[in-house]
Design a protein. Structure first.
Length: 202
């Protein structure tokens, strides 16, 4: 992790009193075991999971080899359709109750065959709460942001900020959250937190 990315985070921890540090460590220690267990389960089920990934146990239990996740990712939903390939990049944030559907049916067929599409979510994407992403969306570009409650029916471009039903672009994002320790959002930063404290000036 780049030094500049950690600087404010480290300073915040290193300026704490020892008691304040211990309280933070205890809270993170409890979360650490839950998140580590989820990652172990997902990997055992065939998923490819990077470092510093936060995900619910319920998603990990249904994970399979269609799921690939990069590093430093926070996922709060289990509503991800894994019948088709789902690739999630690094530093991605996906909020609670958001749903990603990757598979549909051929409505013009007498046999109504299953159609597998899949989706590629690139680095630094933010998908907040109550977003619905339909199979017609195959890619969400680098740094894109989707407004809460949106219905996404087509690909989202790089650095696009979209919203509505159907979601449309209304601006471009100025920058990505490159200085954010994504794991810290849900208290999953136990190891980084400990390391930052160790490096404080005596």
């Amino acid at each position: 992790m780049a030094e500049e990315k950690q600087s404010n985070y480290k300073n915040n921890i290193q300026n704490r009193t020892y008691v304040h540090y211990l309280k933070g460590l205890l809270a993170r220690w409890k979360q650490h075991f839950k998140y580590d267990r989820a990652v172990r389960i997902a990997r055992k089920n065939g998923a490819t999971i990077g470092e510093g990934v936060i995900m619910p146990i319920s998603l990990a239990k249904k994970a399979n080899d269609n799921l690939m996740i990069g590093n430093h990712v926070s996922i709060q939903t289990d509503k991800i359709d894994l019948r088709s390939p789902v690739t999630i990049g690094s530093n991605v944030i996906i909020g609670i109750n958001s749903e990603i559907i990757t598979t549909s049916h051929d409505i013009d067929s007498d046999y109504w065959e299953v159609k597998n599409y899949g989706i590629d979510i690139e680095d630094y994407v933010w998908i907040p709460t109550n977003v619905l992403i339909l199979p017609s969306c195959r890619r969400i570009g680098y740094g894109a942001v989707i407004g809460s409650g949106s219905v996404v029916i087509k690909d989202v471009g790089k650095m696009s900020v979209v919203g509505g039903n159907p979601a449309v672009e209304f601006k471009k994002r100025a920058t990505v959250h490159s200085n954010l320790i994504v794991e810290s959002l849900l208290g999953g930063d136990y190891r980084i937190y400990k390391e930052a404290w160790k490096k404080r000036k005596k």
